[in-house]
Design a protein around this ligand. Structure first.
Ligand code: PLP
Length: 476
């Protein structure tokens, strides 16, 4: 600031640009605070925050003083100006996390928060947030309980595993398993399964963090049972199978199935673990969705432990579920890492409620994830037609808005090659690029996140159930 002041010329200037007079006219922070506490728009705010607002406004005024042509020179006017700007700042200071419209058509969009919770799960979260619960309290004995008991029975029922536990997410689940069962020893993985999943989950890096040594076997496209067998030695702690999630190797390929791998592990007394990624609890092909590996099948095939995400195809909250042999799950529970990676009460409430929905005969209707994946074209068409009318009312007539065919992805590494037929609203403009239109929709309230395809901005209606959400306010 001092440097800025010395740059001012000495010739008389409009009073607003004179730093001396301006500084004299800046009221103290305390005076700003006292005045703000009498202002209807500001008095509900705390003192520390109001002082911070006053400092921010004053800093802005000092920074802009050179450009200010008609700055007030008396303290009264200055104070009024500062209070106005504080009120404007407080009003524009919206929460960072906000509701958006998922118009990408990607049902499990990691950047938009993946699975939407079912009604029952939302109620359970609210209950757990608002009331004390028996999170770790055994009501029959009146003594300390284990939070795993909340979800263990349901998970065992659904997967036929002996035991189950849950941590913060599937990355944490893999880390916990590797560290507990194989720290300082070797883990054998096929070169075709050394994957990276968006958002920095790279298997070799997770291995490093888990303190295990990676032993790669086979080639990118073909790995055989004898590749694993040859690599097994005194240092081997685990055979790990990883679902390739968001990519597929096609053509001249071979992989070893979990049943064969489990049999090999038994022969050599080595544990076998599978990271299923998404992992379906039920056969989705019964509901008209392409088949994704089922957790229970891997357990039946002899995997010692299986890990998968709570917020992918399962349709619940972010969590990493681990099911398998009791003795292995007990070892995980005793690890100090388990305590560091554990889930909170709201997650457990949502997960339990979600799992209980799988007991219903109409689970495919109760879970939003499955509902979105199964939507009929007719249903999507209705939303697209209503959405088109809404947007026509809200946008200038130069925008061309029509409804056409499209294809949606499932997302989050589930069924990466599957495309679902959908209907999209195409928005174009004679002088705006699709990127500029996308940016305009992102600036709307609530923001609408679409996608760009074939050089047009598209609103995929697969992930919109209520066309009313397109009644958005565009920024001026
Ligand atoms: C998605 C995925 C993960 C990471 O799961 P998060 O729940 O996002 O931590 C790990 N492994 C595989 C195979 C996955 O598909």
């Amino acid at each position: 600031m001092a440097g800025m002041a010395s740059n001012q010329s000495k010739t008389p200037e409009p009073c607003g640009a004179d730093p001396q007079r301006l500084r004299r006219a800046l009221p103290s922070i305390d005076l700003c605070l006292r005045t703000a506490l009498n202002d209807a728009r500001l008095r509900h705010l705390g003192r520390a925050y109001l002082k911070d607002l006053a400092r921010r406004v004053q800093a802005q005024l000092r920074a802009n003083q050179a450009e200010e042509v008609e700055a007030p020179t008396n303290r009264e006017q200055r104070l009024g100006q500062i209070i106005e700007q504080m009120a404007a700042l407080a009003l524009s200071d919206e929460p960072k996390l906000c509701r958006v419209v998922n118009a990408t058509g990607v049902v499990l969009h990691t950047n938009l928060g993946r699975a939407l919770l079912a009604e029952a799960a939302i109620e359970a979260v609210t209950m757990a947030a608002a009331s004390p619960t028996n999170l770790e309290y055994d009501l029959s004995s009146g003594s300390r309980g284990d939070r795993d008991t909340i979800i263990e029975d349901e998970l065992c029922e659904l997967t036929h595993a002996e035991a189950a536990t849950v941590v913060n997410n599937n990355a944490a689940a893999v880390l916990l398993v590797l560290n507990t069962l194989a720290a300082g020893r070797e883990v054998i993985v096929s070169r075709g399964e050394l994957i990276e999943i968006g958002g920095s989950f790279r298997l070799p890096d997770v291995m490093l963090s888990g303190g295990v040594r990676l032993r790669e076997v086979g080639t990118t496209n073909r790995t055989h049972l004898h590749d694993y067998e040859k690599a097994i030695g005194p240092e081997t702690a685990l055979l790990l199978k990883v679902h390739p999630s968001n990519y597929r190797i096609v053509g001249f390929t071979h992989e070893v199935g979990i049943a064969e791998l489990a049999a090999l592990g038994r022969r050599h007394n080595v544990e076998v673990v599978e990271d299923l990624g998404s992992g379906a609890l039920i056969d989705l092909s019964l509901y008209g969705i392409a088949r994704e590996p089922i957790v229970g099948d891997s357990i039946a095939a002899g995997a010692g432990l299986v890990t998968f995400s709570g917020d992918k195809l399962l349709g619940g909250p972010q969590a990493g579920v681990i099911v398998g042999r009791r003795q292995l799950v007990e070892r995980l529970r005793r690890s100090p890492l388990k305590r560091a990676l554990r889930c909170d009460k709201m997650t457990l409430a949502a997960l339990e409620a979600t799992l209980r929905l799988y007991r219903r005969h109409d689970v495919e209707k109760a879970l939003p994830t499955l509902r979105f994946l199964r939507r009929s074209l007719e249903e999507i068409q209705l939303v697209a037609d209503r959405g088109r009318v809404t947007l026509q009312r809200r946008l200038l007539p130069q925008f061309k808005i029509d409804v056409t065919d499209g294809e949606s992805e499932i997302g989050s590494g589930a069924l990466p090659t599957v495309r679902l037929k959908t209907r999209v609203i195409r928005v174009s403009h004679p002088s705006m690029s699709p990127e500029a239109i996308a940016a305009m929709f992102r600036r709307a309230r609530p923001p609408v996140i679409g996608r760009i395809n074939d050089d047009a901005f598209l609103i995929d209606c697969r992930t919109i159930e209520d066309p009313g959400v397109l009644e958005v306010e565009f920024a001026k």
